[in-house]
Structures are given as C-alpha cells and as structure tokens.
Design a protein around this ligand. Structure first.
Ligand code: TRP
Length: 342
C-alpha cells in the first residue's frame, strides 16, 4: 500500500520565505518523489480558533495560501489541496476524540502553552483554542496519514495525535493509523531568521518577513534594510559574517558557494560594503522568487481555476474522510443504519 502524507497551514497570512525553506521545498520534493498520496489542508477552522473575530481575514488568506501553494509548484494532479471546513467529517471526528484526552493533557501541550502566552488570552482561553490539537488529530487521521511533514514546533501536535490514535484503537479496535512526524534536521531548514536579525524567526506578526508575493522593488527594499553587522560602520572596517543575517541568507539560498566564500573573506578583511553584499543577495533571492511571483500573478488573474482546484480537492478529501468516519462510527457502535441513512 502506498503511504499517505498530510500536512497543513493556517491561512492567517501569505506564505513567506521562512515557509518556503522550512516546509514548501520539502513538500515539493516529497510530492515529486511519487512515494506518497499527498494531502495539504488549508486549516481555516484552526485559523478561526484564534481569529474568530476576524472571519474575513481567514477567508481572504485561504485564497492567498492556495495561490502560494500553486505558485511554488504544488501540483493538484499529485497533491490534494483541501479546505479544512469543507471536510465535513472533521468536526465529528473531533467530538469523538475529545473524549480521549484530558483537560490536563491539553493544558500541558508546550506549543499551545506558548501560543496562549503570546496571544495574551490570560485567564480567558477559548475552549476551541485549547482543543485545536484534537481537531488537528482529526485532520491527520481522516486520511490515515502515515507521515506528517511539519516544523519542530508541531511535534507536540503529532505526539497528541499518536496518543489519541493509540487510545482509540485500544478501546474500539484497530481503525486509525499512528502517524510519524517528518521534521527537517538542519537549523537553516527549520528556522529562517527574519530580516531584523538572526535571533528572531521570520514571522508576519514581527514585521520581518519577505513574502513569496513581494514584487522585485519590495524585495530590494527589504533586503536593503536587513540587519548586518552593527560594528561594520565604515566600508574599510573588518566585518563579522557570523550573526550577520545577509550572510545567513546567502548560506541558505546562494548556489555559488565559492562566490559566497569570497564575499565572506572580503567582508571579514574589510573593504566590502553592506550594500554590495545586499545587492548580491537581492539577485540571488530574486532569481529564485521571480518565476514563483510570475506564476502567482498569472494564477491571480484566473481565480476561477484556483477555486475549482480547491473545490475538487476538498470534495475528494471529503469522500476519503467519510470512509474513515464510517469505520469510526462502526467501531464506536453508533452505526445504526448500515446503509448510511443516519
Ligand atoms: N497547526 C499547523 C500550524 O500551525 C497547521 C495544521 C493544521 C496542520 N492541521 C494540520 C499541520 C495537520 C499538519 C497536519 O502550522
């Protein structure tokens, strides 16, 4: 049997370079390997758990994320792209799984804990937010995913899903499949810094992100403003390459490693200005982003096509999920009318 792969994103903003190096590139490689049945969920229901007062933002970003996916080369012929809220079995599975986790276990999830701190919920934590890892277990199990490529911050979700699967199977019988997390190994793959310095992760909320959709002028301006070496005041001063975000990016994106080694050597010695290095980085990034940007612009002129892909992908995911739901209901002894009448 072919293995099943599922992953997803919350549509709370456009995708940026951090997503590109951290997850999109590896998804493309996994898709192109041909080894998996691939599903990618645009997790609008999950995005609503912390944006429930902002439905339009979530709605708009469903389309933005879909455009980003297609622009980087995710191929609907090989990867099912689905909108979470259109997979109708998911909330039902979530309700059954909620019996299999304790409140204490939910409160211990380290990723949810740090998000709660960040978002300043204080004592007013929405129940839906605390429970989103359970709904994520439904996402992962509806298609019996074997592998889930995610960033390191998602490991606790996979752990929780695995526990739910084990508990479900031990009570009701072997129906669900225990998934494995596929987490990138290298630091550069898992965490691209933002433009403001190596200590901060690229993120929309920090305002330090370069988006896949940014035009060339915006890209140039963002690169020109990138954090470099605060001690490199005059061109002739010796400069530091470590901790210098421009060089961190060159290490990640530049293919001509010898040219980068020369730039580093010159920068350390003194006599190489920041603007020169930044202009080189701009060329490197622009070469990578230009084809993505132009495909994205073409797709944005044909939204009907993009919506069709989402409708078809969601319908297929829906069918697969209904199959799993029927097995779950039968295992749980709530399959009263076998013909599916209720
Ligand atoms: N929680 C993930 C994130 O914040 C998004 C997500 C939703 C997801 N459902 C998923 C990831 C299922 C993997 C599998 O990025």
């Amino acid at each position: 049997m072919r293995k099943v792969l599922l992953t997803g994103d919350r549509p709370s903003g456009q995708l940026h370079l951090g997503h590109y190096v951290g997850s999109l590139k590896s998804r493309l490689a996994l898709q192109d390997s041909g080894d998996y049945d691939c599903f990618i969920l645009i997790a609008d229901v999950q995005a609503l758990t912390d944006n429930f007062k902002n439905p339009q933002k979530v709605r708009d970003n469903v389309l933005e994320v879909a455009l980003d996916y297609l622009a980087v080369g995710l191929d609907p012929a090989r990867t099912t792209l689905a909108i979470q809220s259109l997979v109708r079995a998911l909330p039902e599975l979530t309700v059954y799984y909620l019996n299999l986790v304790t409140l204490a276990r939910l409160e211990r999830n380290p990723t949810v804990k740090s998000e709660i701190d960040q978002k300043g919920f204080g004592a007013s934590i929405p129940a839906g937010f605390l429970c989103y890892p359970v709904s994520q277990a439904a996402d992962i199990t509806f298609c019996k995913a074997n592998v889930v490529p995610v960033g390191a911050d998602q490991r606790p979700m996979l752990e929780q899903t695995r526990e739910i699967v084990r508990t479900f199977n031990s009570i009701y019988g072997e129906v669900l499949v225990e998934p494995e997390a596929l987490v990138p190994e290298g630091e550069s793959e898992s965490r691209l810094p933002g433009t403001t310095g190596n200590d901060t992760k690229m993120s929309k909320s920090l305002g330090n992100a370069i988006y896949l959709a940014d035009d060339a002028d915006t890209l140039r301006a963002k690169v020109r403003q990138m954090y470099t070496d605060p001690t490199h005041l005059k061109v002739n001063d010796p400069g530091h390459v470590e901790g210098n975000t421009v060089f961190t990016y060159l290490d990640v994106f530049a293919t001509d490693k010898a040219a980068v080694a020369d730039l580093k050597e010159h920068y350390r010695r003194g006599g190489l200005g920041d603007v020169k290095v930044k202009d080189y980085l701009f060329e490197v990034l622009n070469a990578e982003l230009e084809p993505i940007r132009s495909r994205r612009a073409d797709l944005a002129r044909d939204l009907g096509y993009v919506l069709d892909i989402l409708a078809q992908g969601s319908e297929y995911a829906n069918q697969v999920a209904d199959g799993t739901l029927a097995e779950v209901r039968s295992a749980m002894r709530i399959d009263y009318f076998k013909d599916g009448a209720a």
